[in-house]
Ligand binder design. Structure first.
Ligand SMILES: [Cu+2]
Length: 435
């Protein structure tokens, strides 16, 4: 018997992908009935871009997502608009206008290499993906107007969402829709990946693989470097207006009366940049004026997952000042958005320009606009430190030369619901039901 999931994937393929790819599709294994998901092309296409795109919808047991994903030229695969249905019967709620990778910056410790990878990428940098890439839970998909599949669509079990084991044992496994593609940047292949989970959270991931820099051998093949990603997350919670950026902190000292958790307007309610303080569990979020059933403003917060914090020090005209902070919030402006993406008139800008306003008066955070009850964009920097080790060798490489394929180095951030739901969205019962 076919599952909902596999039937829906067939539909998705039939609707969007090429006939050739349909014949190469892999079957989706059967999932237990409670975990069945339905993936298909959007009933209502919410894509607004003229670039190559697809609109994909997934219905989980309680929640549902529909999202556009598109190839926005040098910036690669971009997510959004993205809508969430919080219960089986509720209306679609807009979550994102657009989110993705604003830059991949790869400074090498030596060799004088300070690579802004998006300076050289283009729409053609998104590579063809295959059923072998997609694996047993995935399929490949061809974006509008394209001849080759450039997107993998996976539906995965993501482990335990919640469980309760007191007098009886009940548990719930979570599900997710994963959309990913590969951006070629010289010797590196970057996996751009978005995870739309049934609990309303969204994962943003970038995986660096490929082989070490071959251009100045042998030293460049062993030279340590950083893969830095600047993420841009344009949240449009329940529409573009009435959103406020907040900062969330935890404070604890030996004096218990000082211990507290605070929420405050980000940067005093103005555009700006902030360094991460992990001891404060510092993070940023967005709240809409819409209230949930408990009278709380519906919202999201970023959850960083970092192995470290990168700081870099360039020189004029690229001083790498954007690497001196980890979070930023800006007020949405169409002109600032359009400066990022490939349109007929766009030249390449680097983050010090579009985020900090270097050379461009008032751009990004430079004009300190209000980010309260407005349309806000969150920015976050993540990093993967790559100090090559012997696992980067291919068999037979001499010690001084690394020609191997490097295993994926992952980095990213998650956007998690905060008072977005009125109760556990995945059917978690009252404690009285597991006692
Ligand atoms: Cu690397």
């Amino acid at each position: 018997m076919k599952t909902l999931g596999s039937t829906a994937l067939v539909l998705l393929i039939a609707t969007i992908a090429s006939a050739q790819e349909t014949t190469r599709r892999r079957a989706v294994p059967r999932m237990p009935p409670a975990q069945e998901q339905s993936v298909r092309a959007c009933t209502t296409d919410i894509c607004t871009t003229s670039q190559p795109h697809a609109c994909i919808e997934i219905t989980n047991a309680e929640t549902a997502w529909r999202t556009c994903i598109s190839n926005q030229g040098r910036r690669g695969l971009v997510l959004g608009p993205t809508d969430l249905r919080r219960t089986p019967t509720s209306d679609w709620l807009r979550i994102l206008r657009e989110a993705g990778v604003a830059e991949i910056f790869v400074p090498y410790h030596g060799l004088g290499l300070r690579l802004y990878d998006h300076e050289t990428t283009s729409a053609q940098s998104i590579l063809e993906v295959t059923p072998a890439d997609a694996g047993p839970n995935g399929t490949v998909l061809t974006l509008s107007g394209q001849r080759i599949p450039q997107l993998v669509v996976e539906t995965n079990d993501r482990g335990i969402a919640w469980l309760c084991k007191e007098r009886r044992s009940i548990s719930r496994r979570g599900q997710e829709l994963v959309l990913w593609g590969v951006q070629d940047a010289a010797n590196y292949d970057f996996i751009i990946e978005y995870r739309l989970r049934d609990d309303g959270s969204i994962g943003f991931r970038l995986g660096a693989t490929g082989y070490n820099n071959p251009f100045f051998p042998p030293r460049s093949t062993t030279e340590a470097h950083m893969h830095d990603v600047l993420w841009r997350v344009d949240v449009d919670l329940n529409g573009s207006g009435n959103d406020t950026a907040v900062e969330l902190t935890h404070t604890e000292t030996s004096n218990p009366r000082v211990t507290r958790d605070d929420e405050a307007p980000f940067n005093g309610g103005r555009e700006g940049v902030v360094k991460w303080d992990p001891e404060k569990f510092f993070t940023i979020g967005v709240e809409d004026a819409t209230l949930n059933a408990h009278g709380n403003r519906i919202g999201y917060a970023l959850r960083p997952a970092a192995s470290g914090i990168s700081r870099h020090f360039g020189s004029v005209p690229r001083e790498e000042k954007f690497t001196q902070s980890d979070f930023a919030v800006t007020r949405f402006k169409q002109s600032e958005r359009d400066a990022l993406y490939d349109t007929a008139h766009v030249r390449y800008l680097q983050p010090d320009q579009y985020l900090l306003g270097q050379d461009f008066e008032g751009m990004g955070v430079a004009d300190n606009e209000s980010i309260e009850n407005s349309d806000v964009v969150l920015w976050y920097r993540s990093s993967a430190h790559h100090d090559p080790h012997d696992e980067d060798h291919a068999p037979g490489d001499p010690s001084s030369l690394m020609t191997g394929i490097t295993n994926v180095h992952w980095q990213g951030v998650d956007l998690e619901p905060r008072n977005l739901f009125d109760f556990n969205p995945l059917g978690g019962p009252s404690r009285t039901n597991c006692q």
